[in-house]
Design a protein around this ligand. Structure first.
Ligand SMILES: *Cc1c(COP(=O)(O)O)cnc(C)c1O
Length: 462
């Protein structure tokens, strides 16, 4: 299996190379050159299997000969051993035909752990083999950072730098990033918003001298390995509700479009998905894009679901690539317009394809609070604000096809919003009960590429 860039002008890579490379050298994102198919019988055979067995069946066709069958099985086992739920991704019933997929039982309490724990294992295996040393730089709206730190802390051939928007993550999210004591962990609070952090990261990748000098690697969802690991729970949950013998739909609280793009890949692999619903908060650029056919960047307005406070949604590029029939040159033009003019208009054919595949909805701040409150009455489930955006939007798309909404984080990561909506303070699980007592270590940095690069070079030379 080969990987190609969405901008069509970077070398083809193996799975291992694509995973270690992150952003393609033409600025694009790597995708598999063809999407493997699972037969009806192969999907049916997943019924009753462990999460790890489903993970193996779904991901094996994508990794080529990067790992042997046995090695890959072991990496998967190790990755999910630290989760706090035997099912890894359990389903709860909210209403007659609306289900919640709880993706917050990993070590940092958000769905990011599903991919990051596995990426951590795969990176380690690959680096042990090559003897290389790498510098991971990640941009985070809150949850990717802690998940990456958890996956890479203490490894001696990796430094991990996390750029997060100063003052725009929840206190739990911040403390998860600033309290690890290992020397290879560097939390950087940037004076800017998430889009600034992500733009700085992309600029570092596009600065080849810097990139090659520090051996830069990326663990944002621009990394194909992240998206791949997230395809698994679309299969495990759909099969639990009767797929492939019946269809299911999904609603995905969306920011950078990685999670919902994983759902799209599951569909392309043969999982019978009726609808993929994009749920956004008040930063609704994706909802507006589907409605109008044009993507127009506006300012980010901070919300109670900070992990979705995004205007530049990186993985949307992967969907565009498919919508344009894999025409990399056109994708490159549109991405260039977004960067220089702040907008682009999608062709009629491409927007038709996107509208056939995805639906969308938005939830305001008031609607998000109200969804947390009413879900507690309806099912007893305490939702985090991101999951509440999903449930609110998912409810509007209920039909005779089961709807599965992804619960992307644990309510205890966002205690202020949850307490305001329910009157209850959601407690942290025992393994992080002392989070508020731990010492914090963080460096405040200006939103300035050169300053960031200098700091990173200084830190890794120590
Ligand atoms: C990252 C994140 C999202 C958005 O996921 P994308 O893959 O970026 O679309 C939603 N909710 C939570 C809690 C997150 O951490």
């Amino acid at each position: 299996m080969k990987y190609v860039s969405t901008r069509g002008a970077a070398p083809e890579l193996t799975f291992e190379e694509a995973m270690m490379t992150g952003l393609a050298r033409d600025g694009g994102l790597y995708v598999p050159d063809e999407i493997p198919q699972l037969s009806h019988a192969q999907i049916a055979a997943m019924a009753g299997q462990s999460y790890e067995d489903v993970a193996y069946a779904v991901m094996r066709p994508f990794i080529g000969d990067t790992f042997s069958d046995d090695e890959f099985r072991k990496l998967i086992e190790t990755a999910y051993a630290g989760f706090n739920h035997a099912a890894r991704a359990p389903l709860k019933q909210l209403d007659n035909n609306h289900f919640l997929l709880e993706l917050f039982h990993g070590p940092t309490l958000a769905f990011k752990d599903f991919a990051m724990q596995l990426i951590g294992q795969m990176f380690q295996a690959s680096l042990t083999r090559s003897g290389k040393r790498i510098t991971i730089v990640g941009a985070t709206s809150g949850d990717t950072g802690s998940a990456a730190i958890e996956a890479f802390r203490g490894l001696n051939n990796v430094d991990v730098f996390i750029l997060f928007p100063h003052g725009r993550v929840s206190e739990v999210q911040r403390r998860q990033m600033t309290t690890p004591v290992e020397d290879n962990v560097h939390a950087l609070a940037v004076d800017g918003d998430f889009d600034d952090c992500q733009a700085a990261l992309k600029d570092m990748f596009n600065d080849f001298e810097f990139r090659d000098g520090v051996n830069l690697a990326g663990v944002n969802s621009i990394n194909w390995g992240r998206v791949l690991a997230q395809v698994v729970y679309f299969f495990s949950s759909a099969v639990a509700l009767g797929a492939p013998h019946r269809k299911v739909s999904f609603t995905v609280p969306t920011g950078n479009f990685g999670d919902i793009f994983a759902g799209y890949i599951a569909k392309r692999m043969g999982l019978p998905i009726e609808r993929l619903v994009i749920a956004t908060n008040q930063n609704d650029i994706l909802h507006r894009t589907l409605e109008t056919g044009a993507q127009v960047k506006e300012g980010v307005v901070p919300s109670i679901s900070p992990s979705m406070d995004i205007q530049v949604s990186s993985n949307f590029e992967r969907a565009l690539f498919e919508a344009y029939g894999r025409d990399g040159a056109t994708v490159a033009e549109q991405m260039d317009d977004l960067k220089t003019k702040g907008s682009f208009t999608i062709s009629q054919g491409a927007i038709d394809m996107l509208r056939d595949t995805f639906a969308s909805g938005r939830a305001s701040e008031e609607e998000t609070y109200a969804a947390i409150t009413s879900e507690l009455t309806r099912s007893g489930e305490v939702l985090c604000p991101h999951s509440a955006v999903g449930v609110k939007v998912g409810d509007a798309f209920q039909s005779d096809v089961p709807m599965i909404t992804l619960a992307t984080a644990h309510p205890a990561k966002f205690p202020a919003a949850v307490e305001k909506a329910t009157g209850q303070h959601p407690p942290l699980p025992p393994h992080m009960a002392d989070l508020y007592e731990r010492d914090e270590r963080v460096t405040r940095v200006p939103n300035d590429l050169a300053a960031l690069q200098t700091l990173i070079k200084e830190r890794i030379s120590k």
